[in-house]
Design a protein around this ligand. Structure first.
Ligand SMILES: [Zn+2]
Length: 134
């Protein structure tokens, strides 16, 4: 997997080795580091045992470099995004759910959905195309 993942705000590289690294905070205010797979559609999540949350809980995702929120409340309060640059140097937005256990990843180019991953993706796809403009 040669894709790179960047913070949309500071464009720092978020992928180190085989994981994308985020700073995160749960609804109860627990702060920690979350590692996600850079493989789209792979919902492996790695975190410390002390970073506890419930299924269905909203987790805020932040850039670990500039601390900016990755949320996109203008689209939906439960979605966040990062930039992906693929091996052909094409840039996409990768939108994902901030709800623990929700499997939803949407790959976007020029406001169009290129690919969607995860069994919950259908819930969110109408924000692009037919839905409110992104
Ligand atoms: Zn950043």
């Amino acid at each position: 997997m040669k894709n790179n993942y960047l913070c949309p705000k500071c464009r720092a590289e978020l992928k180190i080795k085989d994981y994308i690294i985020f700073s995160a905070e749960t609804e109860k205010g627990i702060k920690g580091i979350i590692l996600l797979s850079p493989k789209l559609g792979d919902y492996t999540i790695i975190h410390d045992d002390n970073f506890k949350y419930e299924e269905g809980e909203h987790i805020d995702f932040f850039c670990p470099v500039c601390r900016s929120s990755l949320a996109i409340p203008e689209v939906n309060k439960d979605l966040a995004e990062v930039i992906m640059i693929d091996e052909k140097n094409v840039e996409y937005k990768i939108v994902f759910s901030e709800i623990a256990g929700k499997k939803c990843t949407i790959k976007i180019k020029d406001q169009n959905i290129i690919e969607a991953f995860g069994e919950d993706a259908d819930e969110y796809q109408n924000f692009w195309g037919v839905g409110p403009r992104y």
